[in-house]
Design a protein around this ligand. Structure first.
Ligand code: LMR
Length: 328
């Protein structure tokens, strides 16, 4: 099957499964904000939904709500603690009010590729971070990959000075605010679902995101072009509430967590492929992609990397050292 055919098959199965949620089954609502097609999170969520509904039929039933149809990321974690939603996979930038440790992922140029991100997350340091919010009621279950971020704006961005004075949408992360300030730009925190409209109406001039989000949200339609900076990481944590997990019978919890870990391994292994397909999708749709020479890219590194200093205490020098040892 082609990727598109698989995605379609998954979407159809998902809808059937949703309609077939039976009385007495544990309902697992999974809210996320991206599209489902050609998107790492969308594909992984649909696969998880399909497998839970097939393999846990009669016991549990999953309903996925993509595209911010149930909650924006700024509401979903509170909703989870209230028991209104059982599963979410916000980007690591969205956990600021729960833990400062994830700030390491927002620090520009911390990881050179997704293999380095994966290796760091699998390390003791990375695994410890996953359970860092249990005191606050949130259980980290798995890291899901997306990719490296690119910048786009309503004018060409080649040198860091080109971003000066422009307004950029950022995720709700103080690191990303500091990163844009280092460029002399004005950062504006904004929900994902509002970004396209804000770019279209000129509320902001630019944004940063991965190829799958540039494609899925069609930012190329309302931006001059996207510059391939690969300057930061966008990755996800699949989370549930500690209370909800504890409420499951041990064998049910184990079956669910096993399916989740298999889906995680399968989809994380395909990340570079999905990322490159999305990049190609932007080109095929008529989007402009600008590549940088090594010298041009180095100029962005020079301006943005000093941001690390401001957040070393939040993140921990030992974590930075561990990440850099892997990145070497
Ligand atoms: C964003 O807000 O830009 C991303 O976190 C959206 C996502 O989930 O990929």
């Amino acid at each position: 099957l082609t990727t598109a055919a698989t995605a379609l098959a998954l979407a159809v199965t998902a809808q059937t499964a949703f309609a077939a949620c039976d009385d007495g089954e544990i309902v697992i609502k999974f809210a996320h904000v991206t599209n489902t097609d050609k998107h790492p999170k969308g594909i992984a969520a649909s696969l998880l939904e399909k497998r839970v509904n097939e393999e846990m039929n009669g016991v549990a039933c999953m309903e996925v709500f993509p595209n911010s149809t149930l909650y924006d990321d700024d509401k979903v974690l509170e909703a989870m603690l209230q028991g209104d939603v059982q599963l979410a996979a916000p980007s690591l930038s969205k956990f600021e009010t729960f833990t400062k440790q994830f700030r390491i992922y927002d620090l520009p140029f911390m990881f050179k590729n997704m293999e380095a991100v994966d290796a760091f997350q699998s390390s003791d340091a990375g695994q410890k971070m996953m359970s860092s919010m249990e005191k606050r009621g949130l259980a980290g279950l798995a890291f899901w990959h997306n990719g490296l971020k690119q910048f786009s704006a309503n004018k060409p961005l080649i040198m860091p000075e080109d971003a000066k004075g422009l307004k950029f949408r950022v995720q709700p992360s103080d690191v990303l605010v500091a990163q844009m300030e280092a460029l002399g730009a004005s950062p504006q925190k904004m929900a994902f679902s509002e970004v396209y409209g804000a770019l279209q109406q000129g509320v902001v001039d630019g944004q940063e995101n991965t190829w799958s989000n540039v494609l899925g949200q069609k930012y190329y339609e309302v931006q001059d072009g996207t510059t391939e900076t690969n300057h930061g990481v966008l990755d996800y944590l699949v989370v549930a509430s500690v209370d909800w997990l504890d409420s499951l019978k041990p064998e049910v919890r184990e079956q669910f967590l096993t399916i989740l870990s298999e889906v995680t391994a399968e989809r994380n292994a395909a990340i570079n492929e999905v990322d490159m397909e999305a990049r190609q999708g932007v080109l095929d749709a008529g989007g402009v992609i600008r590549e940088l020479t090594p010298e041009q890219r180095e100029a962005w590194v020079t301006v943005m990397k000093p941001v690390w200093e401001k957040f070393t205490d939040d993140v921990g020098q030992d974590n930075i050292d561990a990440a850099q040892a892997i990145n070497a």
